[in-house]
Design a protein around this ligand. Sequence first.
Ligand SMILES: C[S@@+](CC[C@H](N)C(=O)[O-])C[C@H]1O[C@@H](n2cnc3c(N)ncnc32)[C@H](O)[C@@H]1O
Length: 272
Amino acid sequence: MAKKSKKKRTMAERADRHVLYQDSVQDSEFELDFVENTYKDIRDKKPLTLREDFCGTARTACVWTKRSKDNQSWGVDFDGEVLEWGTKNNLKKLKPKQQARVTLIEADVRTVETPSVDVVLAFNFSYWILKQRSDLLAYFQGVQRTLNPDGIMFLDAFGGSQAHTTQVEKHKLEGFTYLWDQNKYNALTQEMSCYIHFRFPDKSRMNKAFSYTWRLWGGQEIEDLLVEAGFSKVRFFVQKFDDETEEALDEFEETREIIDHDCWVAYIVAEK
Ligand SMILES: C[S@@+](CC[C@H](N)C(=O)[O-])C[C@H]1O[C@@H](n2cnc3c(N)ncnc32)[C@H](O)[C@@H]1O
């Protein structure tokens, strides 16, 4: 009898897009160091309660509870599938006592009700999905109300001439290549369509693993909306570059000016 031919699945077929996303896009430990240190510098105490908006797999909310037995977190996302993945692969991997301090909520960040918290995070530019000014303002107002009196919101943003073009950025990582594809850009409305693709050493690909339609908000527009929403002070911390190699460093410095950069990334820190 002839042997059944068993086709070997490609690396792309075997890969999990959420694992790849976490490995290429997210550095929760670094983000939380920045959050905790900046909060301590501003408020002279440690933040304990954290809400991760647009949490996706809720990796950051889960890492938060591992950092201290006093830490508690909430993760909010309106996509049940990604929350389920995060529950199975991130939340359930925590110790039972840590798990008990994480609450994942399937809801829209614009309408969700959570207890008051010390910090709210909206990272990886996710809030750019809110393209109308009124929509983004309403979201910021909701966050402002949710924060404790000493609360701080942390966001991020990018810009520079390269942000206003179509381009594909490639990063070779361990076991795969990550591609950030700024596929379409409307120079009038600043609406952009972006994809994340992954490529593997066996030449297989996972195309459009993630898709985003965003408005490329400017730093000043974001600050104006945060102030309008009631935040008392907004600060920008821009990522530093090595002067010689021009490589991005894991260091962010407070600034009010970013001069003619091709590409900048910054944290935005908004105090209640
Ligand atoms: C780019 S992922 C962000 C993942 C993670 N927070 C990070 O830092 O990488 C964006 C997530 O936002 C969620 N999302 C988009 N709009 C939302 C909304 N209005 N309310 C709640 N979640 C939303 C999507 O379901 C998606 O999981």
